[in-house]
Design a protein around this ligand. Structure first.
Ligand code: TYM
Length: 344
């Protein structure tokens, strides 16, 4: 069986980009009987900017309820919180000690923070926590602790998966022999993961045309009530072409969002409408109807689940128990490989 693993950081409310880029493809893949799936709430990742605790707490509940409302079956999928798996921070340290600092210097998120500081004449590391810097190592531990073969994510995460491979490979190189000796196993201690990008899902743009992202404050929440959803869709930035003038689908935020939710024939119809000069107001109305229809049944489920934290807690604790059936023995072998086994 193939092990598939993915997570969402618990900052903020899940948005259309998370759904189309991660949740929908991951749940679809989890229905394949040849696949063993591990989906989790990346709640340690939520701390890297020392975010507001109440916001983190609320977001964990929201993201848990969202996965379930979108059809995750906890019988079939191992569904857990990162912070319930103590082997993840343990492995993070083992990996920290083999990860090259130069590799982390090149991480996009860290570099973006530094560039922003430099642009405004600040000290390069102003406001940058060691947590932001170490983020790729924690993420490598998330993946490597489960021996995941495939990691379905949006394009923005590709570099992180490549770093997980790099760090894992270095660990295997340094500790492969001691691990084989200590455990009597063949093969390599860590499985090197492959990134899985759904070719049909580009990075979804947000209201302003940049990548839809919690950090840009340009998101459309997946389960916004219909009136809010409509208002947000109507606020999507478009060009100034009048009704009757042909519109470009290329580079159009509206078109890309439509395509992410439409069937291929619906997409072709919209492409045609763009060429025929559909007015932006009409096009937005069509997008609103399409998204609203798609999310309505899930939104109902979500509303029920979010009011049942005890039920969510039970599901996640059961998930953590199953998850640790994998991580406890794996970490035991790794600890022995690096020289931290028991004396006798
Ligand atoms: P996060 O929380 O930023 O995003 C969760 C998932 O949603 C995808 N995504 C998008 N896809 C398409 N269009 C968008 N606008 C968009 N915005 C977000 C992301 O690519 C991601 O797949 N570091 C990760 C969480 C994480 C993780 C992991 C993922 C922690 N450990 C281990 C996989 C494996 C993150 O911050 O994703």
């Amino acid at each position: 069986t193939v092990r598939v693993l993915t997570g969402i950081t618990t900052t903020g409310t899940p948005h259309l980009g998370n759904y189309a880029g991660a949740i929908r493809p991951a749940i679809a893949a989890s229905r394949d009987p040849g696949v063993e799936s591990f989906f989790f709430l990346a709640d340690y990742h939520a701390l890297i900017k020392a975010d507001d605790p109440q916001r983190v707490a609320r977001s964990r509940l929201e993201i848990a309820a969202t996965w379930l409302a979108c059809g995750l079956d906890p019988q079939r999928v191992t569904f857990y919180r990162q912070s319930d798996i103590v082997e993840i921070p343990q492995l993070t340290w083992l990996l920290t000690c083999v990860a090259a600092k130069g590799l982390l210097n090149r991480a996009h998120a860290y570099k973006a923070a530094v560039d922003k500081n430099l642009a405004s004449g600040e000290d390069p590391d102003y406001g940058v926590t060691a947590g932001l810097y170490m983020y790729p190592v924690l993420m490598a531990a998330d993946i490597l602790a489960f021996g995941a073969h495939k990691v379905p994510v949006g394009r923005d995460q590709i570099q992180h998966i490549e770093m997980a491979r790099d760090i894992g490979q270095r660990f295997n190189h340094l500790y492969g022999d001691p691990w084989r000796q200590a455990t009597g196993n063949g093969g390599e201690p860590l499985v090197l993961p492959e990134v899985q990008i759904d070719e049909n899902v580009a990075t979804l743009p947000g209201l302003d045309g940049r990548k839809m992202s919690k950090s840009y404050d340009n998101t459309i929440p997946l389960f916004a009530p219909p009136a809010e959803l409509k208002k947000l869709v109507m606020s999507i930035v478009t060009d100034s072409r009048a009704p009757g003038e042909p519109k470009d689908t290329e580079g159009s935020t509206l078109f890309q969002l439509y395509q992410a939710f439409a069937t291929p024939p619906q997409t072709e119809e919209m492409r045609h409408a763009f060429a025929e000069g559909i007015g932006w107001g009409d096009a937005k109305q069509r997008l609103f109807v399409l998204v609203d229809e798609t999310v309505a049944p899930m939104r109902e489920q979500y509303a029920q689940l979010i009011d049942r934290p005890a039920q969510l807690e039970e599901i996640l604790l059961e998930g953590a128990r199953k998850a640790r059936d994998v991580t406890v023995p794996l970490l035991d072998g790794l600890q022995r490989a690096v020289g931290l086994g028991r004396f006798s």
